[in-house]
Design a protein around this ligand. Sequence first.
Ligand SMILES: Cc1ncc(COP(=O)(O)O)c(C=O)c1O
Length: 375
Amino acid sequence: MKLFDVYPRWQIEPVKAQGCKIYDKEGVEYLDFYGGHAVISIGHSHPYYVEAITKQLNRIGFYSNAVLNSLQDEYAEKLGALSGYPDYSLFMVNSGAEANENALKLASFHNARKKVAAFRHSFHGRTDAAVQTTDNLKYKAPVNKNIDVVFLPLDNIESVKETLLQGDISSVIIEGIQGVGGIRVPEASFLQELSKICNETDTVLILDEVQSGYGRSGQFFAHQYAGIRPDIITIAKGMGNGFPVSGILIAPKFEAVHGQLGTTFGGNQLACAAAIAVADVIKAENLVENAAKVGAFLMEELEKLRQVKEVRGRGLMIGVEFAEPIKSMRDKLLFEEKVFTGITGTHVFRLLPPLCVTMDEAEEFLRRFRKIINT
Ligand SMILES: Cc1ncc(COP(=O)(O)O)c(C=O)c1O
């Protein structure tokens, strides 16, 4: 059997990784400023994480949600304290798209409405409702066209008001920081007004923190810079440091109804062991604070580069925009300077290193980055 060829891939095969370093088959070392697409939070192969998962696997790896699983309760309690949402409830699933899918569904169960508002340049995943709220026609098949979704301009509160005041929007879904859309940070005042209008119109506010959450922005959630409290928050990527696990944080006003949501794999014992270990390490090693500190340093230094058109983002979610296409620079950075980075579109580097990245590694990244933009 061959693989279904949907990914353009680099001719590099990582076989080992530690902290912010990746090693290929030939033993070549790479600096990881991509985090496997914002997934690696506490660093590759963290010993505490490896031990926790190994121990759990030797006890019990999986059983369905038909039985008690106190690891879910333990995780929910730790997550509540770490995130600042101890009064919210947790529902665990397996991927970012699935988290958004369940959030959109729960909102619709809650207020019995059908329409959804999302934002231009949004990305919320590939499952049905998630992809319909994603602003990219290329990802939508004819079967993904039954939800009435209105795409609004980011930071334009008037268009939000006009849409929500009609009273038929079930939920508004918005990323804490738009990732795929080019590292766009919504204005704090916009988020505050949005939250207010959602409350006034009984519209559910869903904060997609799949990429911008879990400490990446330098706060546990990017929306916390605006001081708002959304109705539902979705999490994935950094939550499992590579173990596929995701979840939705649900405000107290939602009623849990048996059978309304469900999953076979979500919240299994192994996934919980991974998520608990990640939460423990984030707390013990002050990784949210580290993301804020190293991120601020990186942004400050990147802004000094005359070749750079704009630096955007927060913490360790940084977009570096150039006036010209960056493909050749990115290739040089990867193949000559041995640095993994992400991109968005054709002109923007997306830096998403593990949250444990050190100041020395940040300096090293900058040294290599300066070299390729000067050649
Ligand atoms: C903001 C956001 N939401 C949702 C998703 C989808 O997550 P997954 O690929 O785990 O389904 C992504 C993935 O990049 C994302 O960046």
